[in-house]
Design a protein around this ligand. Structure first.
Ligand code: GUN
Length: 291
């Protein structure tokens, strides 16, 4: 079994991005600038956004963090987005999800200027992705493609089973992996909460991408020998033996599934760090396109 080391791969990517930024600065170019809006004080979201800001520092980007109160009005959030859309200093920005229930997520994401939409969530970017046109790919699927490519995992003609149909991971992943591309050309099946006889599908899978948010859902008896496992899940589980009071669990029963897998991502240290690296890559792309 080979561990797909997202931490190391993302560090390699960040080093590459830092070199590119250095050369832009040396040639008198503009320093890429990423902004992030976070609404409320959800612990996990705050941790993710803090990691994104830290990663910006590491590669030499400017970053701006806009923190809004949990009870902020939708109108005020939309105004903040307009300000970022119109601010030439900002090359790209994200609105950290999930948003509080009183805010219409679709309305928010639709207002982001597609040219600054480094999360790739705007319908323009989703549509362009589906048509295989130049666009910002959503960071988590983009990171998974990068991980598969860098570990030279063959995907052409393979059976890929995706667990979950979310707009952020499952749906885009299914589109990308069926396209003619490296880390593509696969036969893709999307399974979800209404799928009957799930095990029949997972047992046929050469590659499984688990993105359902149910800790340790995928068990060893559900996978075949030598399967490739990509675990997108990252759930905080209360654990009083830990100093911070919780442990992180993926969607895969790592201890047992890893014994059958040829490649597997750990949680943490697998997909998570890749997501951050790809967000930086998209920001660099946004900046170089614009400037
Ligand atoms: N919440 C979970 N994943 C993501 C992501 O990739 N981008 C944003 N903006 N929010 C998220």
């Amino acid at each position: 079994m080979i561990l797909l080391d997202g931490r190391k791969t993302s560090n390699d990517l960040k080093d590459e991005i830092a070199i590119a930024v250095n050369s832009i600065k040396k040639n008198g170019g503009k320093t890429p600038h990423l902004a992030a809006i976070i609404v409320g004080s959800d612990g996990a979201s705050k941790t993710y956004v803090a990691s994104k800001v830290k990663a910006c520092d590491f590669v030499g980007f400017h970053s701006t963090l806009i923190e809004l109160d949990e009870n902020v009005s939708e109108e005020k959030l939309l105004q903040e987005i307009e300000i970022l859309n119109n601010n030439d200093a900002i090359d790209g920005f994200i609105v950290q999800l999930p948003l509080p229930k009183h805010i219409d997520e679709q309305k928010v994401l639709m207002l982001v200027n597609p040219d600054k939409d480094v999360d790739g969530f705007h319908p323009t970017n989703v549509g362009r992705m589906a048509l295989d046109l130049p666009c910002f790919l959503p960071a988590t699927p983009f990171g998974i493609l990068e991980l598969l490519e860098r570990y030279k995992i063959e995907t052409s003609g393979k059976n890929v089973v995706i667990l979950g149909r979310s707009h952020i991971v499952g749906r885009p992943m299914s589109i990308l992996m069926s396209q003619k591309r490296s880390a593509g050309n696969a036969t893709v099946t999307v399974c979800h909460s209404r799928t009957k006889n799930l095990k029949e599908f997972t047992l046929q899978a050469d590659i499984i991408i688990a993105a359902i948010g149910i800790p340790e859902f995928l068990k060893a008896e559900m996978v075949k020998e030598d399967v490739v496992i990509i675990d997108v899940g990252i759930t905080r589980i209360k654990d009083d033996t830990k100093k911070r009071g919780y442990r992180l669990a993926g969607d895969v029963d790592f201890e047992n599934v890893s014994k059958k897998a040829s490649f597997i991502t750990p949680v943490p240290g697998g997909v998570g760090p890749m997501t951050i690296a790809m967000l930086l890559k998209n920001t660099l792309l946004a900046s170089t396109r614009k400037n």
